[in-house]
Design a protein around this ligand. Structure first.
Ligand code: S3P
Length: 169
């Protein structure tokens, strides 16, 4: 059983759709950020503010590398994981990589209070969303499949992922 790893911008539904997907497939669901928080005993926001983004990226890389070697997982990777080529390589070695997208408006609505998302905890989160999305587009394009989740429910997204990855995992 090869893994399905979900990547994509914050608020595109990776965790919500990923949980449904894992249940449907009988796979185990693992959220990279949650694993890091559990192991470190502190929140992602705390890691960003006290230890810096570079430290977080190192933890993220280690966790993705470790998870990609295990079979039968649906993995939700954080929105910035794709920027590091080593993460994409590890994810692709372990299985398929599916990118979820959504419009900046939809992301804004879904992330709501951005306290848990340090990169959007700024005076003008909408401008930051537009700017970060544009800068990351080239990396998100490296996924095997892309699904625009803007007008979809998490259940629809999970079903669409099953449809497109059937025979490939
Ligand atoms: C980040 C996204 C977050 C989390 C961290 C950084 C990013 O994950 O890893 O705040 O760089 O886009 P989600 O995409 O699950 O919110």
């Amino acid at each position: 059983m090869r893994n399905i790893t979900l990547v994509g911008f914050m608020g595109t539904g990776k965790t919500t759709a990923g949980r449904i997907l894992a249940r449907r497939l009988g796979y185990r669901f693992i959220d990279v950020d949650e694993e890091i928080e559990r192991e470190q005993g502190v929140s992602i926001s705390h890691i960003f503010s006290e230890l810096g983004e570079g430290y977080f990226r190192m933890l993220e890389r280690g966790k993705i590398n470790e998870l990609s070697r295990r079979p039968g997982l649906v993995i939700s990777a954080g929105g910035g994981a794709v920027i590091d080529e080593r993460n994409i390589e590890a994810i692709k070695t372990g299985g398929v990589i599916v990118c979820l997208t959504a419009t900046p408006d939809a992301v804004m609505k879904r992330v709501g209070n951005s306290a848990g998302r340090p990169l959007l905890n700024v005076p003008d989160p909408m401008s930051r969303i537009i700017e970060l999305m544009a800068a990351r587009e080239q990396f998100y394009r490296k996924a095997d499949f892309t699904i625009d989740t803007t007008a979809m429910t998490p259940k629809d997204v999970a079903e669409e992922i099953i449809r497109i990855t059937t025979g490939k995992i």
